[in-house]
Ligand binder design. Sequence first.
Ligand SMILES: [Zn+2]
Length: 245
Amino acid sequence: MIPESVKAVVEGVGALAAAGLAAGGFAYAAMSPQSRLFGTTLVAPQRRGQIALTFDDGPNPAWTPQLLDLLARHRVKATFFMIGKYAGEEPYLTRYIAEAGHVIGNHTWSHPNLALTSPKKVKEELKRTKQMLEHITGMPVPFFRPPYGGRRPDVLNAALDLGMTPVLWNAMTHDWKDRSAESIAGRLGDRVDALGRRGLAANVVLHDGGSQAQGTDRGPSVEAAKLLLDRYIGVRRFVTLDAWV
Ligand SMILES: [Zn+2]
């Protein structure tokens, strides 16, 4: 049986490969040079009007709680791609995020560019983070997002082997360096609208932590999230990534 978390990836490949998977399991995809399975990632489906807010590089004790308050006020759930090392430093915050109904994803242990990382170290980064997150939350971690989008077939393969769907995005701006929330939210909103005109859902990235240091100012990103909620509440539907698999 194909795990639920892999189905979305399989759907992206097509019926033929899916039939092969059903018949031969992962061996088929792993051994076939023509298989696109391990090159396929979840971005966003054809679902006009849906927005998935995703927050990378946390949890961060200064900024994530503000975001959680904001999301709770609007009764919106989001997806948090956490750095394993930070989750380990903030177990109560991590557990609180999961218990509040948000989805937690794996964003590696130390945020390397996995396209430049040895296969052995890639596996360690993913596995250690998965174990930490599952230990803290008591729940499976269904998604993985590679830092910087850096990936190779073996990176995606490692994620799938650990039961995680690889996820990229289709709406991002430089919120980690742009100091204007209006500018960040404006750019993301333009992108959400453009995707919507093509009938596509928006997979939006903002950052609640700093990949290199926890002390990073994420005020503009939190404020941009507020502006996006103000703009789209009642107009679009906010979903977590598990709505798309
Ligand atoms: Zn990141």
